[in-house]
Design a protein around this ligand. Sequence first.
Ligand SMILES: Cc1ncc(COP(=O)(O)O)c(C=O)c1O
Ligand SMILES: N[C@@H](CCOP(=O)(O)O)C(=O)O
Length: 464
Amino acid sequence: MRYHSTRGTAPVLDFRGATLAGLASDGGLYIPEAWPTLSADAIRDLAGLSYAETAVRVMLPFVGDALTEGELRELCTAAYGRFSHAAVTPLVQLDHDQWLLELFHGPTLAFKDVALQLLGLLFERFLTGTDKHLTIVGATSGDTGSAAIDAVAGREKIDIFMLHPAGRVTDIQRRQMTTVLAPNVHNIAIDGNFDDAQALVKAMFNDRAFADRYSLSAVNSINWARLMAQVVYYFYAAVRLGAPERSVAFSVPTGNFGDVFAGYVAARMGLPVAKLIVATNVNDILHRALSAGDYSKGQVQATPTPSMDIQVSSNFERLLYDLGNRDGAALAAQMAGFEGTGAMRLTNMQSQGAAALFGSDRVDLDDMTRAMRWAADRAGQIIDPHTGIALAAARRLDSDVPVVTLATAHPAKFTDAVERATGTRPPLPNRVGDLFEREERYESLPGTFDAVTGFIAAHAQASA
Ligand SMILES: Cc1ncc(COP(=O)(O)O)c(C=O)c1O
Ligand SMILES: N[C@@H](CCOP(=O)(O)O)C(=O)O
């Protein structure tokens, strides 16, 4: 399998190369040159398989010859062996046709673990036997950071520098990152919001001298391997609800468009997906883009769903490329326009292509609260606010097929917001129970390129 950049001019890479590169050198994102498909029989054969085995079957076509099937199985078994639920991503029924897909049973209690536990192992495998040392730079609005840190802490050939927006993540989210004291882990609190942190990360990749000198790589969903691993749970859930004979709709709490793009990939691979609902909070750029073709930045508003307080959704670029005839030059021009003005219109082809599969909904605080209360009263399920956003959208969908809401975080990560909405304060699970007694370590920096790159230069062990 070969990977092309969405902007058309970066070198074409294999799976190993795309994983280690993270972001393409022309500023684009890597995407497979064609979507592999699973036949109806192959999908039917997934019934009854373990999560790890499902992962092998779904991901093998993307890996090409970078790993043998046996090697991929070994990595999946190790990655998903660290989850606290035997089903890894269990389905829970809420109502006749409303389901929750619980994606938060990994070590850091959010869906990010599903991909990052595997990505940590992939990095290690691909670095073994080389003299390469990776410097991972990442941006987090709360959940990617801790999942990535857990996945790479203590690994010899990796340094990780994780930027979070100061004061805009919950105490639990921050402590899950800053109490990991391994010498290769460097947390940075920057002045600004998540978009500022993400823009700094992209600027570091776009400074080719800096990127090459420190062998930069990415753990955000700009890294293709992240998305590939997230495709698996769409298959796993849909098969349990009757696929390929029956279609399923998914409602996805959306920020950086990674999770829902993985659903799009599953559909392109042949999974019968009736609808993908892009559920946003009041930071609704994606809802405006999908409902009216208007992709234009607004001011980021802080909400009880901080992980979705995002206006620039990296993976939207992958969708626009795929729906725009895979024309890298045209997409590069469209993205340059957006980067210059903060606004762009989708082309007719992009809007119509998206409308065939995607719906979108903007959910405010009241509707989110009502959905969280409904889950508690109707089904005894305490859900986190991000999941509440998607459940509100799922309940508004007029659907004749099962609707699966992706439950992206454990409610204990957002105790205050959950208590405000439901009156119940979820306890911290045992695996993070002493979080508030642990020592914290992080650096506070202005959100400027020079401050952050200066800190990295002073602390990275990179070879290059
Ligand atoms: C709990 C939670 N829900 C939803 C999202 C949004 O997912 P995505 O950025 O893949 O759209 C995030 C952040 O990524 C998150 O941490
Ligand atoms: N919500 C995310 C933001 C980063 O998204 P990613 O999926 O691109 O890593 C977070 O919690 O950090």
